[in-house]
Design a protein around this ligand. Structure first.
Ligand SMILES: [Zn+2]
Length: 147
């Protein structure tokens, strides 16, 4: 099976059903362990990206926190959220069809905006204002370290 072609077919079918043009196929050991399409239009869940859904299904199927050795095939270059999820779960290989820049040219600009913002230092980022505040109570990290 051509997995990238499959991801693109899922993406096109999703557009025809009112969704965004994103599909993903997650493969390990020559077996499809998860698939997904962008379900934002159905679930109104920000984590409903094709890659996140493919990962979620694979983790549920395999009952594992780690997916080392899996390869993600995605119709579009993963957004920062999906990129981070892939890194958290140990996927170190992705093949995509359309780039983030090409998605932006099609009017889907958010991934490129976030990637551009992440290139800046903490103080120069402008999508989300963040500030660290210390409180003089027991730190959850200290509890974690002492356990
Ligand atoms: Zn994403």
């Amino acid at each position: 099976m051509n997995y990238l072609k499959r991801a693109n077919e899922l993406a096109i079918a999703n557009v025809e059903e009112g969704g965004q043009p994103f599909g993903a196929v997650l493969v390990k050991g020559g077996e499809v362990i998860g698939e997904g399409v962008n379900e934002l239009h159905i679930t109104h869940d920000v984590s409903g990206h094709a890659e996140m859904i493919a990962i979620r299904r694979a983790q549920q199927k395999l009952q594992t926190d780690h997916l080392q050795g899996a390869r993600m095939y995605a119709s579009g270059e993963p957004c920062p959220m999906c990129y981070a999820a892939m890194a958290f779960v140990g996927i170190d290989d992705v093949i995509y069809s359309a780039s983030v820049e090409e998605a932006a040219d099609s009017g889907l600009t958010r991934s490129k905006e976030i990637y551009d913002d992440l290139k800046k230092s903490h103080t120069e980022r402008n999508l989300i204002r963040s500030e660290q505040q210390k409180i003089a109570e027991i730190s959850p990290l200290q509890v974690w370290q002492n356990k």
